[in-house]
Design a protein around this ligand. Structure first.
Ligand SMILES: Cc1cc2nc3c(=O)[nH]c(=O)nc-3n(C[C@H](O)[C@H](O)[C@H](O)COP(=O)(O)OP(=O)(O)OC[C@H]3O[C@@H](n4cnc5c(N)ncnc54)[C@H](O)[C@@H]3O)c2cc1C
Length: 483
């Protein structure tokens, strides 16, 4: 038997890392899970836990016809085939069994229709061709807890407060990792250290679209998302994929939190571009909204009336009647007695703005939006599309920007077995990547809802399994085993 400290070492204990650790242990490996923070969970724990998956038992129980082939076609088309077909095919195929795997580990995903990412069941976040978003009970926290319980049951060693500084590569194969100057050896290592959203320099370099939001930009990803995989790539000639991509959510200029805390803008509002004309479905899927804004100069004005302001529910951090008033004082929200005066304040043509508002009022009185089909989006969310008119002064306007940074997609390029590819095209034997640290599958278009958590769990599960198999093979020989 070759000498080693562990069979599989996993770097990072978020969704991808926990899935990798559990799956490697299920395949018989002796596993060490290293986490830089003082608790497990990463961004996965903060998420809604929404998982995209095709051909699942939850879908069939609800009579939804779907298959990995269908998901693959949709995924590739939405990303204009600019992602890697082999790894994407693997992702779609493995997504089928993911739901049963997490369910067996104790995650609850009831076979019922859900209208949003907070209601357990099957939902549709907008860009899927069929209902494919699986919402677990207790969201990302529930997922992490179930995975962590399984980790403990399976005897995986966990070291918190242990930031991996480097990997050790010997003659083209992985040999271990370095923590606080000490090398820990293993024939298989999974990099699952998350994204780079919490590292401003890397964000500027790898996700320049974030500059559009200027000072309004805020990060909701976990603080461990420091992009440590980028340094590994530079030091070990590893290939990166997904440069420039990630997920930004459109928020009001004054928002600083994810919508669970911030609250939601009033339904009776229109989004107008700098030409004063309504330019989009105000509830367009988050996966595509920043792109639509991009076509209109990067941001739009949300216009709403006094009734909409006063009717905002209390209890949120940002979208409440009082906060909107405060922002009027600060100058972030513009307020005027008439629409013509508001147009003047926000420097858009008054006739275009009044025409847009009149058309909105006329159409939504009937619950139909012939121009942007927003009535269909609202129905999908379980909201009655008969919206109150924008008619009671004073009127308000606030800039809506792609300002909430959720996750990033520049990762270590992987093949269809999650092996990390070098810049010369060869793989590093025994080195795997999963989650945001892996590149090739998460594209420019977020295939929401649930693209990223599913990606983390699927790739983590595959990487753990592959890593344990390689470790088992390498115990039968003293040679480095080709993968
Ligand atoms: C508020 C919010 C809501 C979201 N909602 C959804 C959703 O519903 N559905 C969806 O699909 N996506 C969602 N996302 C995105 C999704 O949660 C993440 O992209 C995904 O969970 C990332 O998983 P991961 O395992 O790659 O990274 P993480 O879960 O962030 O885990 C990475 C871990 O690695 C650790 N780490 C980093 N560097 C090192 C190192 N050098 N050594 C050791 N450990 C290290 C980190 O501390 C962290 O714990 C959401 C994100 C946020 C922030």
């Amino acid at each position: 038997m070759s000498e080693r400290d562990y069979d599989v070492i996993v770097v990072g204990a978020g969704g991808a890392g926990l899935a990798a650790a559990v799956s490697a242990a299920q395949a018989g490996g002796r596993v060490l899970l290293l986490e830089s923070q003082e608790e497990v969970g990463g961004s996965t724990q903060l998420s809604a836990g929404l998982l995209t998956a095709a051909g699942t038992t939850v879908q069939s129980a609800l009579g939804v016809e779907d298959s990995p082939e269908r998901m693959f076609q949709h995924y590739m088309d939405l990303n204009q085939w600019r992602v890697l077909p082999g790894p994407v095919r693997m992702f779609c195929e493995e997504s089928s069994g993911l739901i049963e795997w997490v369910t067996d580990l104790g995650v609850e995903i009831p076979a019922q229709i859900s209208h949003n990412a907070h209601q357990p069941g099957l939902c549709r976040a907008g860009v899927e061709d069929v209902w494919r978003g699986h919402v677990p009970k207790d969201q990302g926290y529930g997922l992490v807890q179930a995975l962590d319980r399984a980790r403990a049951r399976l005897g995986v060693d966990l070291a918190l407060g242990s930031r991996v500084e480097d990997i050790v590569v010997d003659e083209g194969a992985i040999a271990g990792v370095v923590v606080e100057g000490t090398t820990i050896t293993a024939p298989s290592v999974v990099i699952a250290s998350g994204g780079l959203a919490a590292n401003p320099q890397l964000v500027e370099r790898y996700f320049p679209e974030t500059k559009v939001a200027g000072d309004a930009l805020f990060v909701v990803a976990a603080e461990g998302s420091r992009g440590d995989h980028i340094g590994l790539a530079a030091r070990h000639d590893l290939s990166l994929f997904g440069d420039g991509w990630g997920l930004l959510l459109v928020t009001a200029e004054f928002q600083r939190y994810h919508h669970w805390q911030s609250g939601f803008p009033p339904p009776s509002r229109i989004h107008v571009a700098t030409d004063g004309r309504r330019c989009m479905d105000e509830d367009a899927p988050y996966a595509v909204s920043p792109g639509i804004l991009g076509d209109h100069g990067g941001w739009v004005w949300a216009v709403f009336d006094e009734e909409a302001r006063a009717g905002l529910p209390a209890g949120f951090a940002d979208w409440t009647p009082d906060r909107v008033d405060e922002e009027v004082e600060r100058g972030t929200v513009r307020r005027a007695a008439t629409l013509e005066e508001l147009a003047d304040l926000i420097e858009v043509p008054a006739d275009a703005l009044t025409t847009s508002v009149a058309r909105f009022n006329e159409q939504f009185r009937l619950g139909v939006d012939e121009d942007f089909l927003r009535h269909e989006t609202l129905r999908g969310k379980g909201v009655d599309p008969h919206l109150a008119p924008i008619a009671t002064g004073p009127f308000h306007a606030v800039r809506m920007l792609p300002a909430e940074l959720v996750c990033t997609h520049t990762g270590l390029q992987v093949d269809a077995r999650t092996q990390v590819v070098r810049t010369d095209g060869r793989v590093v034997a025994g080195l795997y990547a999963a989650g945001e640290a892996a590149g090739g599958i998460l594209g420019e278009r977020y295939v929401g809802g649930g693209n990223s958590v599913a990606h983390a769990l699927v790739l983590g599960r595959v990487a753990g399994r592959e890593g344990a198999r390689r470790a088992a093979r390498s115990t039968r020989t003293t040679e480095v085993v080709p993968t």
